[in-house]
Design a protein around this ligand. Structure first.
Ligand code: ADP
Length: 474
């Protein structure tokens, strides 16, 4: 019987240790923390016994080193003040902490000894990104003959291949591994230590956060130098799309927005548009199409394409709200754009969770023309709020957004393929044209809002992959 066909309580009696260097609500710098905060509860909902393990950073507000969250879910913190009681997670304004290799080597080894101490014998140790990528390596080396882990399988999830955990080769002794593991078939990468590469080679199973990204990272264009290594593991590599937490992202219950709404009360979305226009100091007018961007201001996000078309676009009667932080060049550019277009462009260079919700709820369109996108959450959240995404077909955007066609009668968004400004402009123009036909637009919004991007769906897929790993000889 497949996992999907089982009733919740019948499902696999599995034990999973979920290891992450950041977990919402305890510590967050990026999307990994969202996944690590949402996937384990969804797995526990399937009856899987889950323990999440993370470092006890200064930011972690917890009296004890274990928090029991539900019958099948606990979070454990690895405490060591010298390494984790610091201002930030990975570095400060001077750059990455110079002892990051030492810190995360300590974390990985401690996770394994901790599981033994509390007698939590996992079927699966699910690791995430370079910070916990050494665990699969240790399971096959240092802990190879440890009977406690004899049946344990490891899974490594890659959230963004661009971050690999690269360190000077002189630090290799820190890992406590035999020197032969610093080679082309081991952790060596262009004469440096590459922790993610170690995880990719040693993990029993590998996943990344969308099926398209799983394919893309095996190519030179997206593989960040690891495409060859990933190709050697192609049979063990799968893409599972992230979910969004519907308890947080739901226009029917969201208390941060001006007026709650559902597919049946979609016209109430208009109150949120007016509220956003007031909050963002834009001209208040429900008829004006409003575009939103909520993003790290980084080259990955395709902001140069937006810069290339924005002057032309602003000649039309449209409005643009941007919320984000990141590279200085974008800060300067957008501040200038706002000055030149008062009442039309609103620039908000900060992290602001409440304004983000107002933007998702109040805009008509959500722009995400990413150069690459492992999964992307913004497009899924915006759809949930009836805000139509305009995206470039890459990675998770390709797997979640389908084109509405020239007349807006299909799909759930507007898409383009070539990483070129005219292609983005074309998608924007088609979106603006469809927006004019209120009936068509309403139907498109309903289709977008009705998509299922729940964590439950993704958790089922992970459960199936865990079961597959346990059946496999490793
Ligand atoms: P990435 O993880 O590459 O930054 P994602 O689309 O996967 O991009 O996730 C970004 C998440 O962070 C989304 O939930 C988005 O709403 C949120 N976000 C990004 N920038 C801001 C900001 N300045 N203020 C509030 N939320 C933000």
């Amino acid at each position: 019987m497949s996992v999907r066909a089982m009733k919740p309580r019948q499902r696999l009696k599995l034990r999973v240790a979920f290891i992450a260097s950041e977990v919402v609500p305890f510590a967050k710098t990026g999307g990994l923390a969202d996944v690590a905060g949402s996937l384990p509860p969804a797995l526990a909902g399937l009856g899987i016994d889950v323990r999440t393990v993370m470092p006890k950073y200064r930011q972690v507000i917890a009296e004890h080193n274990t928090i029991q969250i539900g019958k099948d879910l606990a979070v454990d913190f690895i405490e060591y003040r010298k390494y984790f009681d610091r201002e930030a997670l990975y570095g400060d304004r001077f750059g990455d902490y110079p002892d990051n290799l030492e810190r995360f080597t300590y974390f990985c080894k401690s996770v394994l000894t901790h599981l033994k101490t509390i007698d939590f014998k996992p079927d699966i140790i699910h690791c995430n990104d370079w910070q916990s990528a050494l665990i699969p390596v240790y399971l096959k080396t240092t802990f190879k003959d440890d009977p406690f882990f004899a049946r344990t399988r490891s899974m490594l999830t890659i959230h963004n291949l661009a971050y690999q955990g690269l360190f000077d080769k002189g630090l290799f002794p820190t890992l406590g591994l035999d020197g032969r593991y610093f080679g082309i078939d081991g952790l060596e990468f262009y004469d440096k230590i590459n922790l993610l590469k170690g995880g990719i080679l040693f993990a029993d199973g590998i996943t990344t956060v969308s099926p398209s990204y799983a394919q893309e990272i095996q190519t030179k264009e997206f593989g960040c130098g690891l495409e060859g290594v990933l190709r050697t593991r192609a049979n063990d590599l799968e893409g599972v799309i992230n979910g969004i937490d519907y308890r947080v992202w739901d226009p029917a219950t969201d208390t941060h927005i001006a007026r709650q709404f559902t597919v049946r009360t979609l016209s109430d979305k208009g109150f949120n548009k007016v509220d956003l226009q007031r909050t963002a100091a834009l001209k208040v007018d429900r008829q004006i199409p409003v575009f939103g961007i909520i993003s790290r201001l980084a080259d990955q996000k395709g902001l140069d394409l937006i810069s290339a078309i924005v002057t032309d676009l602003l000649k039309k009667d449209i409005q643009l709200v941007i919320l984000g932080t990141g590279e200085d060049k974008y800060h300067l550019l957008y501040e200038k754009m706002a000055k030149l277009n008062p009442g039309k462009v609103s620039i908000n260079l900060r992290f602001d969770a409440t304004l983000a919700k107002k933007i998702y709820a109040g805009c008509d369109f959500f722009l995400m023309p990413s150069r690459y996108e492992p999964c992307g959450l913004g497009q899924m959240i915006s759809m949930r709020y009836g805000t139509i995404p305009i995206v470039r077909l890459t990675g998770g955007l390709r797997d979640t957004v389908s084109d509405a066609g020239d007349d807006g009668s299909r799909g759930n968004g507007f898409t383009f393929t070539a990483y070129e400004a005219p292609a983005l402009r074309d998608a924007v123009m088609r979106a603006l044209a469809a927006f004019k036909n209120k009936k068509v637009w309403r139907k498109l919004q309903v289709r977008a809002m009705s998509c299922d991007f729940s964590w439950e769906r993704s958790a089922l897929r992970y459960a199936e992959l865990y079961a597959k790993l346990l059946r496999k000889r490793c």
